[in-house]
Write a protein of this length. Structure first.
Length: 454
């Protein structure tokens, strides 16, 4: 018998797995904070003998190399991959044992050229589970444009064929365990559900429902939106064999140190709720609320090589932010704990918060500028007529393009609008944070431009 322990990383929309037979454990697609995997193995009473990578990841720094060294396990990576470390090369259909379990790598290119899925069997030739990484997701597939635009069409066709070939070779009862698809930008389209089998995927998966490869290609590529800028740094880091995350407490920063960093143009990120930030914050700080999308949006917006300092209500918040940032390779941060009033050096600020009905009431008033900081695909699907569009991750460099006036900043939920409002506030602009769900814009009287009208 086998058991699968899911180790979720909601902030990145990913899942890792510990699969074991009661004595021997296999970890699939480990995140960088490897203490979670060591704890899971200890709680299960198993020894990790193999650490598997389905692919060279683009959305996080792997913990696989470090975990394998710590556990004394084989680090299994696709044989053809060009990496700078010793590993156990996995090759298509070459089965190996792990305790009482059998592992069969299957080449499933698409998300990346060297992508592997892993079949787990208890009896030869009778798989019970498949770990699909960024290939077959729940109702969808992994995106195919992360390697480069020149390879997107080829990889999309490969993805389509890989998913169909995998489904064609496995019986309905085989459980499916993807890495991506739980909010990850590595998913090409929205996914469906929290668990699945090959049989269920035959009924819901886009690649299995569409019989025409060209039609699938056209639909998938048309649906590919922007993905975080930090992805560009992950592949080379992962090919080098990264160390485990250093989660020791960040160096403390004095109020004078915070001010110096801000004046030097560094990012000082306030982890508190966006509402608390709007009420009162240290002038020049950036609001990125500590929550599930925290690291993704910091990594997307923060200039990669610029030092980062954190402000939180307490050391627990700072430690959680440090852990999330380490997963995407942001390290060497400094930090200070609140309350904010003690960190300001006499320089505090705030700005108004409203909702879409509030924006509707102010619409057309002289000096009101509406700024939409959503992704381009969101803007194209529908936006406020007359609004200015600058994605939140471009706003620091393009702040000079925002027209003069009082800037009312919105996104789809208020989270990214808070980042945008704080960037403009730091630049000395008068801002209003529209902290509301985009769906509430309908019915307020605000002029909407749909994709068909645009």
């Amino acid at each position: 018998m086998h058991e699968v322990v899911t180790i979720a990383t909601p902030g990145l929309g990913d899942r890792s797995y510990l699969v074991h037979d009661g004595e021997t454990g296999i970890v699939v697609d480990a995140q960088r904070d490897i203490d979670r995997f060591l704890t899971a193995a200890a709680e299960a009473g198993v020894r990790v003998t193999h650490v598997l990578e389905t692919h060279i990841h683009n959305d996080y720094v792997t913990g696989g190399y470090a975990l394998a060294r710590e556990a004394g396990a084989d680090y299994v990576v696709a044989g053809p991959e060009d990496v700078g470390f010793r590993r156990t090369p996995a090759r298509d259909r070459e089965t190996f044992g792990a305790g009482r379990l059998l592992v069969t790598p299957v080449h499933t290119p698409g998300h990346t050229p060297g992508h592997l899925s892993y079949l787990i069997s208890e009896t030869p030739g009778e798989p019970v589970a498949v770990f699909t990484g960024g290939s077959m997701l729940f109702g969808a597939v992994g995106r195919t444009d992360l390697i480069g635009p020149d390879q997107t069409e080829r990889l999309t066709r490969a993805q389509y064929r890989s998913v169909r070939r995998l489904a064609g070779q496995l019986p309905d009862h085989v459980a499916v365990y993807p890495t991506h698809g739980f909010g990850s930008f590595c998913s090409a389209t929205p996914t469906s559900g929290e668990e699945s089998t090959i049989g269920r995927e035959r009924e819901i998966n886009a690649a299995l429902l569409e019989a025409d490869e060209d039609a699938f290609l056209k639909e998938l590529i048309a649906g590919l939106g922007a993905y975080p800028r930090y992805y560009a740094h992950m592949d080379p880091v992962n090919r080098g064999g990264p160390d485990a995350a250093d989660l020791s407490p960040p160096a403390p920063v004095s109020p004078a140190g915070i001010r110096r960093r801000i004046d030097d143009g560094e990012w000082v990120v306030d982890l508190r709720s966006r509402q608390a930030f709007a009420r009162l914050h240290v002038t020049g700080t950036i609001s990125v609320e500590l929550g599930e999308p925290f690291a993704t949006y910091v990594g997307w917006a923060h200039p990669w090589s610029r030092p980062l300092t954190l402000i939180g209500d307490g050391p627990e918040d700072v430690a959680e932010a440090e852990r999330q940032l380490a997963r995407i390779g942001i390290e060497g941060i400094s930090a200070a704990a609140g309350p904010v009033q003690n960190l300001a050096g006499g320089r505090l600020a705030g700005y108004p918060v409203t909702d879409f009905p509030g924006l509707a009431a102010a619409w057309g008033r002289p000096g009101v500028v509406v700024l939409d900081v959503r992704r381009p695909d969101e803007w194209e699907s529908g936006h406020l007529a007359g609004a200015v569009h600058i994605p939140f991750w471009e706003l620091e460099d393009r702040a000079g393009e925002v027209p003069e006036g009082e800037v009312w900043v919105h996104c789809a939920s208020g989270f990214r609008a808070s980042i945008g409002a704080s960037i403009l506030d730091r630049a000395g602009r008068s801002v209003v944070h529209v902290d509301d769900d985009w769906s509430r814009a309908v019915g307020t009287g605000l002029p909407l431009s749909t994709a068909a009208q645009a």
